[in-house]
Design a binder for this molecule. Structure first.
Ligand code: BV8
Length: 250
């Protein structure tokens, strides 16, 4: 299936492409999307119930174990052709800003630079008392493990529902959405705010907004272009169609 011609045109003409990804871009790496039915032990839990400060306060061990299970999943996952296509696009476009809602670090492992992580990163922890970032912690019998600095329980370095997004990341993302001339919304249900508002900022500023997602979302009707299918196939196709000479070197 070829890329929509108007999307190929927009990619070639763009001076600043802003990309926003969600869990869908990691689905083909085997990382369950946020709203996919959780598997096994976790099937009985609603992620939106677990990813909250209240859940951690009430049952820190359960929440820490859920994140340990997901961290294990993510560590075994590999970036997929969708992640790599974004690295290739970045090398052919004057400026590409990559914003992600994902906490799995797969964009960085694929080689993307300066990734703006709106919702943190599951591979990092932070002290639940003073917010200090902890990138490695001794495995102890305690769950959650104690902060190596002060002994308070560690928590995952992610943004829970009801928590503010990291100010610097959100400001960088909003500024890019205001400046970009092409905004790609990839693999996200466009339900979670304030991340979901970035595409609308771009629309209001007159940018072309393209949704590349497996299925329609609340953004589809407002988007300039909607291309539905698996990102791991559509993004490499878009790169080949936009930069054929580089996709098939002589
Ligand atoms: C805040 C980290 C205020 C944790 C996450 C009513 C209206 C508007 C907003 C709200 C509201 N009620 C409450 C809110 C606020 C709330 C919110 O937006 N709720 C939603 C559910 C309505 N937002 C917040 O609480 C945010 N904070 O507002 O703070 C504040 C301000 C100042 C001071 C104090 C407080 C915080 C939101 C961040 C929450 N944390 N993650 C963790 O991961 O455990 S969000 C979580 O959902 C994930 O990070 C994920 O990124 C995010 C969004 O989900 P998606 O990435 O879109 O994934 P999803 O599964 O939904 O969809 C996947 C899509 O991919 C699907 O469409 C599917 O079709 C597609 N797909 C599947 N396979 C493929 C594919 N596409 C392409 N290829 C494929 N192969």
């Amino acid at each position: 299936m070829n890329s929509p011609p108007e999307l190929v045109e927009a990619v070639r003409a763009a001076s600043h492409v802003v990309v926003m990804t969600g869990a869908g871009i990691s689905a083909e790496s085997g990382v369950p999307t946020f709203r996919d039915a959780q598997t096994g032990l976790w099937a009985q839990y609603d992620p939106e119930e677990l990813a909250t400060p209240g859940a951690f306060r009430r049952n820190p061990r359960l929440v820490w174990d859920w994140y340990s299970w997901r961290r294990e999943l993510v560590s075994q996952a590999e970036p997929n052709p969708g992640h790599f296509a974004l690295v290739q696009l970045a090398a052919h476009i004057p400026q590409l800003t990559l914003i992600t809602q994902n906490v799995d670090g797969l964009h960085q492992r694929a080689g993307s630079q300066n990734v703006i992580e709106l919702h943190g990163n599951i591979l990092r922890a932070k002290c639940s008392a003073d917010g200090r970032i902890i990138t490695a912690w001794p495995e102890t019998s305690e769950t959650p493990p104690p902060c190596p600095e002060c002994g308070a329980p560690l928590r995952p370095d992610v943004v829970w529902f009801g928590e503010a997004l990291p100010m610097l990341a959100l400001n960088q993302a909003a500024r890019a959405a205001e400046q970009g001339d092409l905004f790609l919304s990839i693999g996200t249900s466009a339900l979670v705010h304030p991340a979901a508002s970035l595409a609308h900022i771009a629309l209001q500023r007159g940018a072309v907004v393209a949704e590349i997602n497996l299925e329609p979302t609340p953004l589809t009707a407002a988007a300039t272009i909607a291309w539905h299918g698996p990102a791991g196939q559509l993004l490499p196709q878009l790169f080949r169609d936009a930069f054929p000479a580089d996709a098939f070197p002589e």
